[in-house]
Design a protein around this ligand. Structure first.
Ligand code: NAP
Length: 345
């Protein structure tokens, strides 16, 4: 039996990725895709890779009853429409930041407050590698943010392995592709403006800091750069541990955390051109690459992490979480590799 699904915000970038994943999913069937701007037009007219999909956009005001509703809408839309979403579906998986943080005070600090704070206790943050045990049966799921996901996956083994305890200095620099800004990303993401840039866009105060701090219970100094790629988030974390660390400690910690993870692969040194995590190598997939290098002279560990922001950083993460929530194989609909060689992703 297939579970029916709606994608609200299906004409956008992550909405398109959800449609692509759901169209090939063994358990989910996509029965509704909403867009106000493109209502009544075929999904393929906006997403040319999905021209074979026999589906037209409908208005988000006319939601069908489904098993799972994925909301891929801008910040603020889900919290405004959450009652209608939950009336339409047994499970809501939100890709926005609307239900990721756990308290109204955090939304006051990092966003512009919250209009449904009573639901924050109930919503489950989803970064399955960190909290898969909280997801079975969850009815309101908030897929983790892209830059936060890249950073958390990179740093997690250091916390799990006791190399960090939260008092150390951690500096994070993330380079992001233009698709992070969405289909309505405006001038900053338009091709002529984006071409060739390495542009700091959130040197301080990036909102994803809140998710990283919630995960590890410590402060991180976070900056982001917009770079000239379409897909991808590449996090470089500079970590200054209190005690000396060996390369063996790092290999042990990363293997312990990720050996059994289907979507995380360890890329640290070795040979060839791609010796560290590379967004190009995971483009279009739900995989993350993580790796590290030791810098004893500076008492520093450099941690690298690469994801596709629209996959492991949103749509893929959302489907992964929905798989777990429904008791399906975690990899259902997500078990495929990327392309090589490709142009800039
Ligand atoms: N892009 C990324 O890499 C990424 C990564 C992680 C998380 N996210 C989050 O995922 C969400 C979607 O991002 P995106 O990049 O896919 O955005 P996007 O490309 O701009 O798409 C937004 C979609 O939402 C619809 N929409 C806008 N306002 C709406 C409203 N009031 N009611 C119903 N539908 C509305 C739009 O279609 P119509 O206007 O035609 O209805 C469009 O389909 C955002 O919250 C974003 O922060 C994005």
């Amino acid at each position: 039996m297939s579970y029916t699904t709606s994608v609200v915000g299906a004409s956008g970038f992550t909405g398109g990725e959800l449609l692509r994943l759901l169209a090939g999913h063994p358990e989910f069937e996509v029965t509704q895709a909403t867009s106000r701007e493109y209502a009544n037009r075929t999904v393929g007219s906006v997403h040319p890779n999905l021209r074979d999909l026999d589906l037209r956009f409908s208005e988000p005001a006319d939601l069908d009853g489904v098993d799972v509703l994925f909301a891929a809408t801008p910040h603020g839309v889900s919290m405004e429409h959450i009652d209608a979403f939950r009336e339409a579906a047994d499970t809501v998986v939100d890709l926005s930041a609307d239900f990721r943080l756990s308290s109204e005070a955090e939304y006051d600090e990092w966003y512009d407050g919250h209009s449904q704070p009573e639901l924050l206790d109930e919503s489950v943050y989803a970064l399955p590698e960190r909290n898969r045990e909280e997801l079975p049966g969850a009815s309101l799921i908030a897929a983790g943010g892209c830059n936060a996901t890249a950073t958390i996956l990179g740093l997690a083994p250091l916390f799990d392995g006791g190399i960090l305890d939260g008092d150390e200095r951690i500096v994070v620099d993330v380079k992001v592709g233009s698709s992070e800004g969405g289909a309505g990303g405006g001038a900053a993401s338009s091709h002529p403006e984006r071409s060739g840039v390495v542009r700091p866009y959130a040197p301080t105060g990036h909102r994803h800091e809140a998710e990283i701090e919630a995960e590890f219970g410590c402060e991180t100094a976070f900056s982001a750069h917009a770079v000239d790629m379409v897909r991808g988030a590449s996090a470089t974390c500079h970590v200054f541990p209190d005690e000396p660390v060996t390369s063996g400690d790092l290999w042990g910690a990363f293997r312990e955390t990720y050996d059994d993870e289907p979507f995380v692969r360890l890329v640290a040194g070795g040979s060839g051109v791609y010796r560290y995590p590379e967004p190009k190598a995971v483009a279009g997939t739900n995989h993350a690459e993580v790796g590290f290098e030791l810098d004893p002279g500076n008492e520093r560990i450099v941690v690298f992490s690469a994801i596709d922001n629209m996959m492991k950083g949103s749509a893929g993460q959302a489907v992964h979480a929905a798989n777990i929530a429904h008791g399906f194989e975690e990899t259902a609909g997500l078990d495929f590799q990327g392309l090589h060689p490709v142009g800039a992703p």
